[in-house]
Ligand binder design. Sequence first.
Ligand code: TPP
Ligand code: MG
Length: 323
Amino acid sequence: MEKRIAEEIYYLMELGRRFEYAAKEHYMTGEISGFLHLDIGQEALSVAAMRAFDHGDVFTTYREHIMAIARGIEPKAVMAELFGKTTGVSGGKGGSMHLFDPTHFFYGGDAIVGGHLPNAVGCAYARKLEKAGHGVMAVFGDGATNGGAFFESLNIASAWKLPVLFLCENNRYAIGTEITRVAPFLEQAKKAEPYMPTMEVDGMDAVAVYEAVSEARDYIEKGHGPIFVEAFTCRYEGHSMSDAGTYRSPQEMQICKAKDPIERMKKYLKEYYNMEDAYFDEVGKKAQAAVDTAVEFAAQSPEPEAAALFEHVFCKECSDVVS
Ligand SMILES: Cc1ncc(C[n+]2csc(CCOP(=O)(O)OP(=O)(O)O)c2C)c(N)n1
Ligand SMILES: [Mg+2]
């Protein structure tokens, strides 16, 4: 991996983890309310996938703060959204699960498990008709692969050779349900095998994720149709802030944390580019400063007016879509 990209990924992972800890802290103080799903432990996947898929459209799930930042959305706008402020990326009306920014081709954040997959496929159909030359990445969890919308999406994407990169974040749990209790196997890519080529990757290794997603992106851009990438990962926190995570043993968590993605990337930078401790200290400080600025900005921003409830309900520019 090029040094520039490795450094960028390392910074974004540091930033992402610190951002999530700050979100947790401000949830505890009541400044953030509603649902909050943290992505701590899964940074390699969120950051490296987003950097590899650096053009094209992205549809993802509610565990998306770090993905949004890695896509290029300002941490300030993401934090302000969590705080429910007008300066948030969705005007303070979406909250943690609905970060939406068409200027970055980032369409959420969706609270409905697997509900965004048909939308991603529809977008890919549009891109194919437009001959846009790029495709769509749809990110979802292992739990989402048990729903009907998932199979419907695989089916039509495959039948119509649509440029969709299906990226499954397999952290082995859907809230407290271990995946093999509700699916016949651990590897969810097996469900996609009849429809499209599949790849498996270690989701705790940012370099491996970057390479796999880059290869998959090239594949869909060449017009071969969809592809499925499964990345095995591990979330360190509970499913959301209301989950104490008691269904996982300390031993299981220890095994998980031994693969820490940030430590691994640090090791990579040391081995391949001789980066020294002073460099990592600097990156940490820079990332923390960006998070502190984001929190301050969010805290000082105004709340939406009540009248804002009636805005963005209907699309005023869409009257000529159906003709
Ligand atoms: C259609 C639907 N069913 C159930 C839920 C409740 N629910 C929210 S998150 C979740 C677990 C999803 O797990 P997974 O897809 O593996 O994603 P992860 O949280 O592990 O990233 C469930 C069942 C929902 N939001 N939508
Ligand atoms: Mg899961």
